[in-house]
Write a protein that binds this ligand. Structure first.
Ligand code: UGA
Length: 422
């Protein structure tokens, strides 16, 4: 209710570039409500976009999805309704949601739900921080449905995006050379699997480059050059080969865990995905190991963390590497100072349990610190006056967890620069 009220007041309850502008532009066509009775009857399409946070054994917690499905079922009107799973849901959920909607409908109306609705899967591929760009100009649209009639409804809904016939907003111009967007029209189970398989593959790519990064460090190779050198092979591609602390966020961790859990329900061992998860978890431990290697003792030391959000251009802290690293440092008796350009307010609200000091500027993070760790690759951290910062530090040690900074310049300025890859 708090979130919906914020939206009614024109405020966005999280940080996402240009979201406020988009919502303001669409004002006339948008209505926010917490009431199913207001939202569902008369709708042609209802998107379920509730959270599916990780539950026990890696399987997602589906109680919000269940509540939404029942709420929809109870309020379907006379109009044929397409219920779309936009949330990332385990394979088979389309059928399950269908059963819940049907049950709720039949209980409420005392008649069979035949033909009143159908369920479709329409997985989301947007990235936080570039959500609008990814939504308006996607690489592809995937629609999963078991009946042609259902896919047709969604096809006509997506048509302006598929054909790119909508007027591009001034703050998000259409990328040059963008043609028609490919549509994958699949069955429900395939669409559901596409989502997990895509996220797991991206996660594998990151863990792969981090594994190669460890080797690069040992042999004295430059991981940036290695990533470029392999990425320019069109079969591999340059994106998602940025080595560093690894992935965080609400998607890769949860979705790789869910894929492993689903595979195991079917008696399969998803070894490659499991290995990617292990490499990712180890990257965070390596930050602490590196600091320990350099400073020998962490007890009583002051460590500054630059960046809290799981990646730049968002204030999302879910599974953020910074939280894990801060916790490990605190456990070893260090004092921790933190800064983030946008996520600090949310951090203060959500992480009261973590005994760290929030400071207003990146410079303050470094003042009197024994080491600074760059955790999130906010572009402004690259522009800091590192030579001035060095003079204020107790110990000029910097661990560039994202390979963002100019290592040569920092070394020349007298810093001891640590990294996680060569
Ligand atoms: C991810 C996917 O990229 C989206 O396609 C998908 O729709 C979304 O999950 C979802 O399932 O909802 P997101 O988690 O918002 O999007 O963010 P990403 O840009 O994928 O970054 C995830 C993490 O990987 C971040 O912590 C980022 O710092 C890290 N990363 C990314 C790397 O360490 N190296 C890279 O080369 C790229």
């Amino acid at each position: 209710e708090r979130k919906v009220q914020a939206l009614v007041d024109g405020k966005i309850p999280f940080y996402e570039p240009y979201m406020e502008e988009l919502v303001a532009d669409a004002r006339e066509n948008l209505k926010f409500t917490t009431s199913y009775a207001e939202a569902i009857p008369g709708a042609h399409v209802v998107f379920i976009a509730v959270g599916t946070p990780p539950g026990k054994n890696g399987s997602p917690d589906l109680r919000y999805l269940e509540a939404a499905a029942r709420g929809i079922g109870e309020h379907i009107g006379d109009q044929f309704l397409v219920v779309v799973n936009k949330s990332t849901v385990p394979i088979g959920s389309g059928n399950w949601v269908g059963a819940l909607v049907r049950e709720a409908y039949e209980k409420k109306n005392g008649k069979k739900a035949n033909g009143a609705f159908a369920v479709a899967s329409n997985p989301e591929f947007l990235r936080e921080g570039s959500a609008i760009l990814d939504s308006l100009y996607p690489d592809r649209v995937v629609i999963g449905a078991d009946q042609q009639r259902t896919s047709e409804v969604l096809y006509s809904l997506y048509r302006p995006i598929l054909d790119q016939t909508f007027k591009a907003p001034s703050y998000m111009p259409r990328p040059e050379g963008l043609g028609a967007v490919p549509l994958i029209s699949a069955d429900l189970a395939s669409a559901e699997l596409i989502k997990y398989a895509a996220n797991a593959f991206l996660a594998l790519k990151i863990s792969y480059i981090n594994e190669i990064g460890q080797l690069a460090e040992k042999v004295g190779a430059d991981i940036g050059q290695v990533a470029k050198g392999i990425g320019l092979d069109a079969r591999i591609g340059t994106r998602f080969l940025q080595a560093g602390i690894g992935w965080g966020g609400s998607c890769f961790g949860k979705d790789t865990a869910a894929l492993v859990a689903t595979a195991s329900e079917y008696g399969l061992d998803a070894q490659i995905v499991k290995a990617a998860r292990e490499v990712n978890a180890h990257q965070r431990d390596r930050v602490v190991e590196k600091l320990l290697g350099e400073l020998k003792i962490l007890k009583g030391r002051t460590i500054g963390l630059l960046g809290l959000a799981f990646k730049p251009h968002t204030d999302d802290l879910r599974e953020a590497p910074a939280l894990d690293i801060a916790r490990q440092l605190l456990d070893r008796g260090a004092r921790v100072k933190v800064h983030d350009p946008v996520a600090m307010e949310r951090f203060q609200k959500e992480n009261a349990g973590l005994d760290v000091t929030c400071v207003a500027t990146a410079e303050e993070v470094a003042a009197d610190a024994d080491a600074v760790v760059l955790v999130t690759e906010w572009p402004e951290y690259r522009e800091l006056h590192w030579d001035k910062i060095k003079a204020t530090m107790h110990n000029p040690v910097i661990l560039d967890g994202r390979n963002l900074l100019n290592r040569t310049a920092l070394t020349r300025a007298g810093f001891k620069v640590l990294g996680l890859a060569g």
